[in-house]
Design a protein around this ligand. Structure first.
Ligand code: AR6
Length: 176
């Protein structure tokens, strides 16, 4: 295990669909039906076979994760996870978001994926406060990486500068 797990975490800003990684994580919905945001971008870049693969799986409960090929994406796989809709914080949102990250990492490990890239799950249409969501993302990744060899690397792909800054602020804090 690495002495400092933060050496295995990277923050980048840009479009997750362009990343040449083992897997990109999709912020999907429970129906696994193509939506907007990062989900729409991933479906557009992967091509129509991605929806067919999602339809075969049929759906995914909040906090869980399922895997499809990446089809036309540079990434080999897409890990589809469903983050919680934020309703103010009293509806188990934090533990559901933690589960979404942890189950995605578990899927990556199961598929032998070395590098996995995450968007900021639930912070778009689903309304999660950015600082709370980035705290959860970084905490779960650190804990996972301390205890597991795979994935070797976690990339947090921020679409905008505010999201990138939120991850950097989390990572500059003490390793929890
Ligand atoms: N690359 C990286 N990040 C992106 C990209 C991209 N190409 N496009 C958007 N983001 P959202 P959610 C960022 O709304 O809140 C969909 O309709 C975006 O700026 O995509 O989990 C699904 O079908 C934000 O920081 O996901 C669901 O119904 C982050 O990705 C619902 O939205 C997440 O925003 C899921 O909502």
């Amino acid at each position: 295990m690495a002495d400092n797990v933060d050496d295995r975490i990277e923050v980048v800003q840009g479009d997750i669909t362009t990343l040449d990684v083992g897997a990109v994580v999709n912020a999907a919905n429970k129906q696994l039906k193509r939506g907007g945001g990062v989900d729409g971008a991933i479906h557009k870049a992967a091509g129509p076979k991605l929806q067919e693969a999602c339809d075969e799986i049929g759906g995914c409960p909040t906090g869980q994760a399922v895997v499809t090929p990446g089809f036309d994406l540079p990434a080999d796989y897409v890990i589809h996870t469903v983050g919680p809709v934020y309703h103010g914080g009293d509806r188990n949102e934090d533990s559901l978001l933690e589960s979404a990250y942890r189950n995605s990492l578990m899927r990556a490990e199961n598929y032998g994926i070395r590098t996995v890239a995450f968007p900021a799950i639930s912070t778009g249409v689903y309304g999660y406060p950015l600082s709370r969501a980035s705290h959860i993302a970084v905490s779960v990744a650190r804990q996972w990486l301390r205890e597991h060899d795979l994935p070797k690397k976690v990339v947090f792909c921020a679409f905008d500068a505010a999201t990138k800054a939120a991850y950097q602020a989390e990572l500059s804090g003490e390793e929890a």
